[in-house]
Design a protein around this ligand. Structure first.
Ligand SMILES: *Cc1c(COP(=O)(O)O)cnc(C)c1O
Length: 472
């Protein structure tokens, strides 16, 4: 398997080359040169345990990685000790025909753990092979930072420098990150917003010489290995709702995905391209509806920071969807010239449209649908599901369930992806239900643990200085 850039100006590389990278060298995103078709394997894959299935999927995309090592790493990652059950991603029924694929049973209670935990192992092994070390620089508004830190804590050859907006995360999210005492984790609590944090990371990352000199890496949602790890649970979800019988093999199943940076649902698109009979992929957005706008009008219009609303499903508060470029690359027939032209339009006038172009038919035929959910919808959905089956949904998952119910089709199972547990977002749960969500035992007193972070001004030069002093 070779990897190309969506912008078409990178010599083909292998999985192990893209593993540690963020953007491709030409500013695009790495994509495989083809999606392997697995139609003929579905009956065999149906009965596999999670780790075995993950090894099969990963081996297709990481065929330069020694298979035995991959299998060992995957088996060490997807354990019931870390994810709470042998199923790893169990499926629950919310209503007849409407299912919840539970992806948030990992150590930080959000779906990002599934990919990030694997990435930790892949990084460590690859760096040992190369005899190198890496310094991960990132910005977080909450979920990504804790998932990355928990996955990378205590790993040799890796240091993590995470910028977070001081005072703007929930007490729970703060505790999840700042209570880590590992010497390789550096939390910089920036006196500013998430956008300030992100701007600092971008400014430092665009200085290629500094980046090389200090071996800076990223684990943000454009990381290709994260996407591949997420492909696995679409297969699991599909098999879980279609039952053990191969006779059901071609039954279409729809998936609904609470979306922000388009990483999670992109994995579904890839699973579909590989031959998994996914009917529709439904993108659920909150009030920040960049993606819903695209799938309902054909126009992709990014927003400025000032037009990005702060909502009660904060992990979906995005102004542009970084992984969307990989999907559009497929839609335009993998023509990098067309792709570059479209992103030039985004950079210069903030939008492009495929409406009325030859590519509109490809979008219409892609199987994508979308919907939007607001704060009031979120609260109503949390209340309704709690009344119906005693289950408390987190606000992001509630956005998904709201849209999934609107988009259901008769006779076709709908699977909504659970992207976090409600314990992370107690305030919204209290507003909806007048009670606190339950907390897994391991988190009972997390806010009272000693915390360790460095208060920091929103100043790029000082962050650079800190990296010079503390990087590996
Ligand atoms: C990251 C995140 C999302 C958005 O996922 P994308 O892959 O960025 O689309 C949704 N919900 C929660 C809880 C998240 O942490």
């Amino acid at each position: 398997m070779k990897y190309l850039s969506t912008r078409g100006r990178m010599a083909p590389v292998r999985f192990r080359d893209v593993l540690l990278e963020g953007l491709a060298t030409d500013g695009g995103l790495a994509v495989p040169d083809a999606y392997p078709r697995v139609d003929a394997l579905l009956d065999r894959w149906r009965g596999l345990a999670y780790a075995d299935l993950a090894t099969e999927v990963l081996a297709l995309y990481a065929d330069d990685y020694p298979r035995a090592e991959l299998a060992r790493l995957v088996a060490a990652t997807y354990t019931s000790a870390v994810f709470g059950s042998d199923a790893i991603t169990p499926v629950a029924q919310l209503e007849p025909g409407l299912h919840l694929l539970q992806l948030s049973q990992g150590p930080t209670l959000a779906f990002k753990d599934i990919a990030m935990q694997l990435l930790g192992g892949l990084f460590e092994t690859e760096l040992a092979h190369r005899g190198q070390s890496i310094n991960i620089l990132g910005a977080t508004s909450g979920d990504t930072g804790s998932a990355a830190e928990v996955a990378l804590r205590g790993r040799s050859r890796v240091r993590v420098f995470m910028l977070s907006p001081a005072g703007r995360m929930s007490a729970f999210q703060r505790a999840q990150m700042y209570s880590l005492q590992d010497a390789n984790i550096f939390n910089l609590a920036i006196d500013g917003s998430f956008d300030d944090c992100q701007d600092i990371v971008k400014a430092i990352g665009s200085d290629l010489q500094f980046k090389r000199e200090h071996r800076l890496g990223a684990v943000n949602s454009i990381n290709w290995a994260r996407i591949v790890a997420q492909v696995v649970y679409y297969f699991r979800g599909y098999f879980a709702v279609t039952g053990p019988e191969p006779a059901q093999a071609r039954q279409p199943v729809d998936f609904c995905v609470p979306s922000g940076n388009f990483g999670n649902v992109l994995a579904g698109w890839i699973a579909r391209q590989m031959g998994l009979p996914i009917g529709r992929l439904v993108v659920a957005t909150n009030e920040n509806d960049v993606l819903h706008e695209f799938f309902s009008t054909g126009t992709y219009r990014v927003r400025g920071g000032a037009q990005t609303q702060v909502t009660s499903s904060p992990s979906m508060d995005i102004s542009k969807a970084s992984n969307f470029e990989r999907f559009v690359f497929d839609i335009v027939g993998r023509d990098a010239d067309v792709l570059r032209e479209l992103w030039w339009q985004v950079d210069t006038r903030g939008s492009f449209t495929l409406h009325g172009t030859p590519f509109a038919a490809a979008v219409a035929g892609s199987g994508f649908a979308s919907g939007r959910s607001t704060h009031a919808d979120r609260l109503a959905t949390i209340r309704a599901q709690y009344a119906r089956n005693g289950r408390i949904l987190d606000p992001h998952t509630a956005d998904g369930v709201k849209v999934a119910r609107e988009q259901r089709r008769p006779g076709i199972p709908m699977v909504c992806l659970e992207t976090a547990l409600p314990a992370k977002f107690a305030e919204t749960i209290r507003e909806a239900l007048g009670r606190d969500p339950e907390r897994p035992a391991a988190f009972r007193d997390i806010e009272s643990l000693p915390q360790r972070c460095t208060p920091f001004p929103a100043d790029t030069a000082q962050v650079r200085q800190f990296l010079e002093e503390h990087a590996n």
